[in-house]
Design a protein around this ligand. Structure first.
Ligand SMILES: *Cc1c(COP(=O)(O)O)cnc(C)c1O
Length: 368
């Protein structure tokens, strides 16, 4: 038996230990804990790497969404449309910003927003659409943008899982009015604590977001309105600056693991493999397969030393937290069905050929 973790943060740290330790020590020596050089440096590097003009570091990816909504001018009671199969952070942030959550179903093959159902959810109160680039694959941004333009609605890309992913050859985060990233440790670009960012090509939105994230001010005590305290700290910024330099390499390694899984499991008909859409460069934050025997397969893999995950086991509209919306499971049939069939296999840049082969062999040995 070989142990295969779901991801290996330790292996990644050890591969860059000297660089990281040095960067952290530098911040400690400078006591540049909040704001300052390291935060600015990372914001600039990240902006350049994503080809976006403005980046604002914030405390986490959930705050990034609610601050971005605030910057877009969301008012109490405005409706925000998003998918029923995301992490709760997406919808929590809508509520936190005063918005009303409106769900739309996902497509079965891409796991992303079903744009053919989008127009039926739009009312005169709809202010923002949030496509989530789930698992690292861009949503169909052409269609989202076409519909948003037609109705004069803002688009916020929840890019938490999709740093460096591309839609038709262009990095995500550049399509909507504003986009948000998470640097939670397990994300493709992970800090060593909570961290996040807002990105936009619009100067005014950037200024609004930056002020809102920092008590409604630009300089020390000139508060123009009440905001929140949600800032990226110096130590996380310095760590992210180091890790960003490796992100291209890590992204290609994730894609190589996905390619191996696809080669080795391509003709194994008992499971459904994830589909990379023609318009997408998928960055495989997660490699999500489907089977009707999901729970049994997960237990079997666990018994054999392989850690997996389910993202997410309960679709948002089925959560107790959203019972007040009064939805039935079958209101969003794809999100509902997928939540029972999906299984995220181990995938991380440091994964070895031996680990990949063992996962594949163990899946094939399971009695479906
Ligand atoms: C991780 C995640 C977030 C929230 O990010 P945090 O940094 O954990 O607050 C938001 N949306 C999606 C889709 C995520 O996966």
């Amino acid at each position: 038996m070989i142990k295969v973790p779901f991801l290996d943060l330790k292996a990644q740290y050890l591969s860059i230990k000297n660089e990281i330790d040095e960067a952290v020590k530098k911040v400690l020596d400078e006591t540049a804990f909040i704001g300052g050089f390291h935060v600015r440096e990372f914001e600039e590097s990240f902006a350049k790497s994503q080809n976006i003009k403005h980046v604002i570091g914030v405390a986490n990816g959930t705050d990034a969404i609610s601050i971005a909504l605030y910057a877009l001018g969301l008012r109490k009671g405005d409706e925000v449309i998003t998918v029923a199969n995301s992490f709760i952070a997406t919808t929590e942030a809508i509520t936190a910003a005063g918005g009303k959550v409106v769900f739309v179903d996902c497509e079965e093959n891409s796991f992303n927003i079903d744009t053919t159902q989008l127009e039926s959810k739009i009312t005169e109160k709809t202010k923002v659409i949030i496509p989530v680039h789930l698992y690292g694959q861009p949503a169909n941004l052409d269609e989202v943008l076409r519909i948003a333009q037609k109705y004069n609605i803002f688009v916020l890309e929840d890019s938490a899982q999709a740093v460096f992913a591309e839609f038709k050859g262009k990095k995500i985060g550049n399509f909507g009015h504003i986009s948000t990233f998470s640097f939670y440790p397990g994300k493709n670009l992970g800090a060593y604590g909570d961290a996040g960012a807002i990105a936009t090509n619009d100067k005014d939105l950037a200024k609004n977001a930056r002020m809102y994230a920092n008590h409604g001010r630009i300089s020390k005590y000139d508060h123009e309105f009440e905001g929140v305290n949600s800032r990226l700290d110096g130590i996380q910024a310095a760590i992210l600056e180091v890790k960003l330099k490796h992100l291209n390499d890590w992204t290609e390694k994730r894609r190589a693991v996905a390619k191996r899984y696809n080669e080795l499991l391509g003709d194994f008909k008992k499971i459904i493999l994830p589909k990379e859409m023609f318009y997408a460069k998928h960055v495989y934050h997660l490699f999500v397969i489907r089977t009707q025997k999901r729970d049994e397969l997960q237990d079997y893999l666990k018994e054999n030393g392989i850690e997996t995950g389910v993202h997410y086991p309960i679709a948002l509209h089925n959560l107790l937290a959203y019972q007040y919306l009064g939805h039935k499971p079958e209101d969003f049939p794809n999100a509902n069905k997928l939540s029972q069939e999906i299984l995220s296999l181990p995938i991380f840049p440091e994964m070895t050929e031996e680990q990949i082969n063992y996962v594949v062999k163990t899946i094939k040995a399971f009695n479906f």
